[in-house]
Ligand binder design. Structure first.
Ligand code: TYD
Ligand code: MG
Length: 488
């Protein structure tokens, strides 16, 4: 192959350039450019031949509405927006080993058991052998389900097998990165192969009206390798995520043409496959210490995805002239700012204390929306009073000590509610809007309000417990009471 007939295609975003470089100019990914055969020359106009006339119709009309297919796995059905739409394509993305194949085998079995006939559900694997698939089915106790198994990687073969009458009405392709179209020269897994294979399969699904699942592996950057270019081709994009150190897995819809996008389904990986978690807060709170001081749950957003994380702070008297400020998972400068604002605007004495801040679970947060949760964790550690139970916190803190509104408050609260939280501390200006979320919302306008919150409960706690660290009495009591009266 002549060199100049090739282009370099970014495996992350699909951008193509003529010259190789270490970094993709389009998405900024490092080492993502791979040499691929240049696609056919771009088509030259339409020529003289006239096309057929397209028929226009009104918005109103009778549509043959096929019922959605319900799996009976509630956590899954919720994420798909109430069942599978015939002819739709669903991309299921996730890290390797997170449990995508397990989930889809369970979904396939559930659908097959429901439909009751042999035609229903096909599971095509390009990664595992029939024996391996059967072993998994045995482990999941699903061997009796009438799922049709096959191993294949050629899209041409798959298309031929799914044709004709009596074809399946649900097809699982595990994974799209192993599929290839034999008219392309590039190897399976490259952007052009992934794109072409998906295009063929999706076209087939629309034509035959079967529901298509495509499994896509995610790279460490959090983007489905290649499949980022698939996101716009499919109807629904689901991410299956979770931490290796934890048992729970979250299925999240980030795009859905037939349902809401901020729904999540929670599962637990057990020895016998994935089991649903009807009450996720129990699982989520399992690792947290109840009533621990210095811990606050932050309702954050990771891109378009809401994520709840625990922020832990420890404030201890420092033996050093320059107290230590150690941060894991957050911005050190941002912590200094929050501490300075707490000190200057609410009179909390921190100058002689070491402050340690940790984002539990190894997550790295970049949002300023975490300010208020960090402040709450710090105040909680200083006052020895835990943050009120079942409470999530978010809000940005300004230099004057004011708490500013942040974006996507609804999504944060929705996630918190889904995970079982009943209370929220939000920026004061948003408290009214948030009130109809069905949660107990506390509006915080100024960091001094935050202190009042802990001071008030501290008075009750103080009767039974001795507090390790006391708050600096500098803030004038009058002003605090005045504020409280306003809020109450
Ligand atoms: P798998 O579905 O193969 O992941 P993916 O398809 O996303 O790569 O899941 C593999 C992991 O799940 C593996 O580490 C073992 C674990 N697992 C269980 O814990 N219990 C089970 O019943 C099964 C089938 C897998
Ligand atoms: Mg797999």
């Amino acid at each position: 192959m002549a060199r100049d007939s090739n282009v370099y295609v970014c495996q992350e975003c699909g951008a193509s350039v003529a010259k190789w470089s270490g970094r993709c100019d389009a998405c900024g990914g490092w080492n993502t450019l791979t040499e691929e055969a240049k696609p056919e020359a771009t088509p030259k106009g339409l020529g003289a031949r006239r096309g057929r006339k397209v028929e226009f119709v009104g918005l109103e009309g009778t549509t043959a509405r096929q019922p959605r297919r319900i799996t009976g796995i509630e956590e899954f059905d919720r994420v798909t927006g109430g069942g599978l739409v015939p002819g739709s394509a669903i991309l299921v993305g996730g890290d390797p080993g997170i449990g995508k194949s397990t989930l889809l085998l369970q979904v396939a079995a559930a659908l097959a058991n429901k439909s009751g006939d042999d035609a229903g559900v096909a599971y095509i694997s390009g990664e595992e052998s029939i024996d391996q698939l059967r072993l998994r089915a045995e482990r999941l106790d699903l061997t009796k389900a009438p799922v049709r198994l096959a191993t294949a990687t050629s899209v041409r073969d798959i298309a031929a097998s799914l044709g004709g009458t009596g074809g399946p009405d649900v097809v699982v392709i595990d994974s799209i990165q192993t599929m290839f179209v034999d008219t392309l020269e590039s190897v399976p897994g490259t952007v052009s192969q992934v794109r072409a294979s998906a295009q063929e399969l999706i076209r087939l699904a629309k034509r035959r009206g079967f529901c298509l699942f495509l499994v896509g592996h995610v790279t460490k950057e959090g983007v489905i390798a290649g499949p980022r270019v698939l996101e716009h081709m499919v109807d629904t994009v689901l991410y299956f995520e979770g931490e290796r150190s934890h048992q729970f897995r979250i299925l999240r819809s980030v795009k859905n043409r037939y349902g809401p996008t901020d729904e999540i389904g929670v599962f637990e990986m057990t020895g016998g496959g994935l089991s649903q978690v009807p009450n996720p807060s129990a699982l989520f709170l399992a690792d947290r210490e109840e009533d621990a001081t210095g811990a606050a749950v932050f309702a954050g957003m990771e891109g378009t995805r809401p994520v709840l994380v625990e922020i832990q702070a420890l404030v201890a008297p420092s033996p050093l002239g320059t107290p230590r400020r150690a941060v894991v998972g957050w911005d050190q400068a941002r912590l200094s700012m929050v501490l300075a604002v707490l000190e200057a605007r609410s009179g909390l004495a921190l100058a002689g204390s070491d402050v340690y801040l940790n984002i539990a679970g190894g997550l790295r947060i970049t949002e300023p929306a975490a300010d208020l949760a960090v402040a709450a964790a710090v105040v909680s550690s200083v006052s020895g009073v835990p943050v009120p139970g079942e409470t999530v916190i978010f809000g940005e803190i300004g230099l004057a000590g004011e708490v500013r509104a942040v974006g996507l408050g609804d999504a944060r609260l929705k996630e918190a509610k889904k995970l079982g939280f009943t209370n929220a501390l939000v920026p004061g200006s948003r408290a009214k809007e948030a009130a109809d979320m069905g949660m107990d919302i506390g509006g915080i306008r100024h960091v001094a309000d935050l202190l009042n919150l802990f001071d008030a409960s501290a008075n009750e706690v103080r009767k039974t417990e001795t507090r390790q660290y006391s708050m600096n009495p500098r803030p004038p009591k009058k002003a605090q009471n005045g504020k409280k009266a306003q809020n109450g």
